[in-house]
Design a protein around this ligand. Structure first.
Ligand code: C5P
Length: 224
């Protein structure tokens, strides 16, 4: 039984990787199973929230009662999130967004021409969805409680503190190493304005439920 600590909230979650096409067949992507984000969507729903889950390409079933929007690229993800946050109160960004996308995606398959020459890819930077949304909603005078994730291979606490400030968000969650792509458990470091607290190793669903209550207790004081 989960207490309905997020009743009346609309929670938007991003999950999974993004896929950035170079032609209709190929592209670049990131490692991400989407499991943590899907667990958070489920936990938020169990806690009584309305939940919109914006998912990159993953192989996971949609949690019950959750509205899912499937996207591929970072630009599509940003658009879907911007539409969804219009009436949202919480945004949790777990997606592993590709930092760059091919600058000139081709309409047709790039062919090998037999000369042994390889294509040269140029990249452009993708939008930072979390930063763009957090800033944009604040500029509109809207209160959207934004939660970011950090997957770092070293100096997690330092990086997490810096990232929280850089992104301008109240709560940043660090994945405590080793990086656990695709695994069912994890341990997390919660960093807010008061400092850091560890959620010890547990299943992603158990951690997601703890995170849902951690968000809920912060909402009222943060709204002031
Ligand atoms: O800057 P970095 O990629 O390490 O930040 C990770 C956090 O920012 C995660 O919450 C991730 O979902 C979010 N992010 C994003 N859009 C990007 C890059 C990261 O929303 N282009």
């Amino acid at each position: 039984f989960q207490p309905k600590v997020l009743l009346g909230e609309h929670v938007v979650v991003t999950a999974g990787p993004t896929f950035e096409a170079m032609d209709p067949i190929r592209g670049i992507t990131n490692h991400s199973s989407g499991k943590m984000g899907f667990a958070i969507a489920r936990a938020a729903r169990e806690a009584g929230a309305r939940v919109t889950l914006v998912a990159g390409p993953v192989h996971l079933p949609t949690p019950r009662g959750v509205q899912r929007v499937d996207v591929a690229s970072a630009q599509q993800m940003l658009q879907a999130v911007q539409a969804a946050v219009a009436d949202a109160s919480v945004f949790v960004a777990t997606a592993a967004v590709a930092d760059w996308r091919p600058a000139d995606p081709q309409m047709h398959k790039i062919k090998k021409d037999g000369s042994g020459q390889t294509p040269v890819l140029r990249f452009v930077e993708n939008p930072d969805i979390l930063h763009t949304v957090a800033q944009g909603e604040r500029a509109r005078g809207r209160q959207l409680f934004c939660v970011g994730f950090a997957a770092e291979s070293e100096n997690l606490l330092e990086h997490a503190k810096a990232k929280r400030l850089r992104k301008g968000i109240p709560l940043l969650v660090g994945n405590i190493g080793p990086l656990t792509f695709g695994q069912d458990d994890n341990s997390l470091l919660l960093v807010d304005e008061h400092g850091a607290r560890e959620l010890p190793r547990a299943s992603k669903l158990a951690l997601a439920r703890e995170l849902a209550s951690e968000i809920a207790v912060r909402l009222r004081p943060w709204r002031g």
